[in-house]
Design a protein around this ligand. Structure first.
Ligand SMILES: [Zn+2]
Length: 286
């Protein structure tokens, strides 16, 4: 079946396509992905058609708690899978309080240890939570249902050991979420060295949406890699005015060159993507 992606912003929500999706959501066919506007960092909540929840990273502070309160209604509070792409503060910090307040089924980590207070607190919070822990290995997949899976495309593996602030981005878990005919690539903060390494996947990289690597920095999202993924849209998690001046004009120009729409959380607020596996809509808060 041919895939169709409609991009809607702000108040332009009332269309027949949207109503179709809302009805389908009630009957349990919709995959919902919300790129949470948590400031300068990544946090993405995925709600599966079977009502499972996946949280990829927790952002730089506790803003994620407020966001989860808005989107997760289960009592007692639970998240099925938490994935930490890599141990930098703008990805791990929010997860500490999440792990204290939510019962978590599985925590997926990349196996790289970063010697910071935040990461140590995360490790203790995982232990106290009692969640199972999985160190991501390339080639593995987490299956959520017969037609929904998260494939690990890049990860350093269990022997990655101690990392440092400079190298931690390279340890990012890169994963591809596949639901029927729809797919989304999550890059963490992976730089071009990782992009080049995973080019061997060829057509296996093709994805409808890409969570842009490293907040749109110039060290990620090179033309050869973006051409291989060939997404219809890219989502960048950034604070509107950040001291790093992200996203970088260099990266944005590569998306523009390839005609890929880019959405930033800082500008748009929470960005929600709904898909029934064939038809996909993007909704933005602003
Ligand atoms: Zn980051």
């Amino acid at each position: 079946m041919k895939r169709k992606i409609t991009i809607l912003a702000g108040l332009l929500l009332i269309t027949s396509v949207v109503w179709f999706l809302v009805l389908a959501q009630k009957s349990g066919q919709i995959l919902e992905t919300i790129f949470l506007d948590v400031g300068q960092g990544d946090s993405i909540l995925i709600k599966t058609p079977q009502n499972q929840s996946i949280l990829i990273d927790g952002g730089p502070n506790n803003k994620v708690l407020e966001k989860l309160g808005k989107y997760i209604f289960s009592i007692p509070k639970k998240i099925d899978v938490v994935i930490l792409t890599h141990p930098h503060a703008d990805h791990v910090t929010g997860l500490i309080e999440v792990l204290k307040r939510y019962s978590v089924g599985l925590v997926v980590i990349n196996g790289a240890y970063l010697k910071t207070d935040n990461y140590n607190q995360f490790v203790s919070a995982v232990k106290n939570n009692g969640a199972r822990v999985l160190i991501a290995q390339v080639g593995e997949a987490i299956h959520f249902s017969k037609d929904l899976e998260f494939d690990i495309i890049a990860a350093p593996g269990s022997d990655s050991g101690v990392t440092n602030d400079n190298d931690a981005n390279e340890t990012s878990i890169v994963g591809k979420l596949i639901y029927k005919d729809f797919s989304m690539m999550f890059m963490g903060d992976a730089p071009a060295t990782i992009e080049n390494k995973i080019l061997v996947y060829g057509d296996g990289l093709k994805s409808d949406i890409i969570k842009v690597g490293h907040h749109g920095s110039k060290y990620s999202s090179f033309i050869n890699f973006l051409s291989a993924v060939a997404p219809k849209a890219g989502i960048i998690e950034v604070a509107e005015k950040n001291i790093y001046n992200l996203p970088s004009p260099a990266a944005l120009s590569r998306f523009a060159f390839l005609g890929i729409n880019v959405f930033e959380t800082g500008e748009r607020g929470d960005i929600r993507i709904l898909s029934d596996g064939f038809t996909t809509n993007i909704f933005t808060e602003r």
